[in-house]
Design a protein around this ligand. Structure first.
Ligand code: CAA
Length: 281
C-alpha cells in the first residue's frame, strides 16, 4: 500500500466483511479523500463475484464518503472479473456463501432480490462522482456489466469483454443492457450477447466501449493521469455537467436546451457566490 492511501476508511463495511465479499476499498488521503478505489480482490478465482460481492458494492455506494469525487473500479491479478462465481450454480454452492436468492420465491421476492444486487452497480452513475473502470484481462458477464456501469473505461491491450449470460440461459440483469445498447446500438448488442463472443481491446475501442486502450503495464499510470485531470475540474461544474449529459439522450432538443439553461443558472449563481466570498475575504 502506497503512502497517502488509507484502507477502508469511511466505508460502511469492516475489513472482514470486505474480504468475505472479495472486495477492497481504499480512500486516497493525499487528495483528501477525493479518490476512492474499489478493488475486486479474489485473484485466485479471477475475481469471480458472489451475492456478497454485489451486496458489498451496494453498501460501499450507500456509505461512500462525501469527499469522494472519483471512484476507480479495478480487479486484482490477471483479470478484471470472470463474472459470477460459477459454483453458485452447483448443488453445493459457493463455500461459506448463502444462496444468492431462493428461486422458489414469488416473483415479487425475486424482483426485490435482483434489485438489491443491481444497487451494487447503479450508484456508479451518481452525478456527484465520476466512475472509472480499469480493465485488464477478462471482464465476463457480471464483470463486463460492472465495467459498463462506470462512466469511463480504460482498457489494457489484453482486455477481453464478454456478455456470457445468454450462454448460461440467463439475461444480463446487472444494469449492463442499457449502457451496452446506448453505446453500440441494439443490433451490435444483440450480436454480442447472443453469440457470447469475446471482444478484444481494439474492437472494444472501435465500438466505443473503451475510452482508451493502453499497454497493460501503463494501465495504473494512465488511470492516475485521468484522475488528476478529472480532479482539476471544478466539482460543482463536474456534477452539473454529468447530470446534463446523462439526460441528453432521452431529452428532446428543447428539453435539453432548457436543462442546459437551468444548469447554467445554477453554475452562474454558484460562481458569483464564490466570487463574493473571496472578495469578502
Ligand atoms: N467462478 C468460479 N471460479 C472461477 C471463475 C468463475 N466465474 N472463473 C475462473 N475461476 C477459477 C477457475 O476455476 C480456476 O480455479 P482453480 O485454479 O482452482 O482451477 C481459477 O479461477 C483460474 O481460472 P483459469 O485457470 O480458467 O484462468 P484463466 O486466466 O486461464 O481464464 C477466464 C480466465 C477466461 C475468465 C476463465 O476462468 C473463465 O472462462 N471463467 C468462467 C467465466 C464465466 O463463464 N463466467 C460467468 C459469466 S456469466 C455472469 O457473470 C452473469 C451472471 O450474473 C449470471
Amino acid at each position: 500500500m502506497s503512502e497517502g492511501v488509507s484502507k477502508e476508511r469511511g466505508v460502511g463495511l469492516g475489513t472482514e466483511e470486505l474480504a468475505k465479499a472479495g472486495l477492497k476499498f481504499e480512500l486516497d488521503s493525499i487528495s483528501e479523500g477525493a479518490v476512492a478505489t474499489v478493488t475486486l480482490n479474489r485473484p485466485e478465482r479471477r475475481n469471480a463475484m458472489t451475492g456478497s460481492t454485489w451486496r458489498g458494492l451496494a453498501r460501499i455506494g450507500q456509505s461512500l464518503p462525501e469527499s469522494v469525487r472519483v471512484v476507480i473500479v479495478r480487479g486484482e491479478g490477471p483479470s478484471f472479473s470472470a463474472g459470477i462465481d460459477l459454483r453458485t450454480f452447483t448443488p453445493e454452492g459457493v463455500p461459506g456463501e448463502p444462496p444468492i436468492m431462493r428461486t422458489d420465491g414469488t416473483d415479487a421476492e425475486l424482483d426485490a432480490g435482483i434489485k438489491a444486487l443491481q444497487a451494487g452497480y447503479l450508484w456508479l452513475r451518481r452525478p456527484g462522482i465520476v466512475s472509472v473502470a480499469a480493465v485488464q484481462g477478462h471482464a465476463v458477464g457480471a464483470g463486463f456489466q460492472l465495467a459498463l456501469a462506470c462512466d469511463i473505461r480504460i482498457l489494457a491491450d489484453d482486455a477481453q469483454l464478454c456478455m456470457k449470460e445468454p450462454a448460461l440461459g440467463l439475461v444480463p440483469d446487472l444494469t449492463g443492457s442499457k449502457p451496452l445498447v446506448d453505446i453500440v446500438g441494439v443490433n451490435r448488442a444483440l450480436e454480442l450477447c447472443l453469440t457470447a463472443r469475446s471482444i478484444g481491446a481494439e474492437e472494444a475501442y472501435r465500438l466505443l466501449l473503451a475510452e482508451l486502450v493502453v499497454p497493460a503495464a501503463s494501465l495504473d499510470g494512465t488511470v492516475a493521469d485521468l484522475v488528476a485531470a478529472l480532479l482539476a475540474v471544478d466539482r460543482g461544474a463536474a456534477t452539473a455537467t454529468k447530470a446534463l449529459l446523462q439526460q441528453a439522450r432521452e431529452n428532446t432538443l428543447e428539453q435539453q436546451a432548457a436543462a442546459e439553461r437551468a444548469a447554467q443558472i445554477g453554475r452562474l449563481r454558484a460562481l458569483a457566490a464564490a466570487a463574493r466570498a473571496t472578495a469578502a475575504g
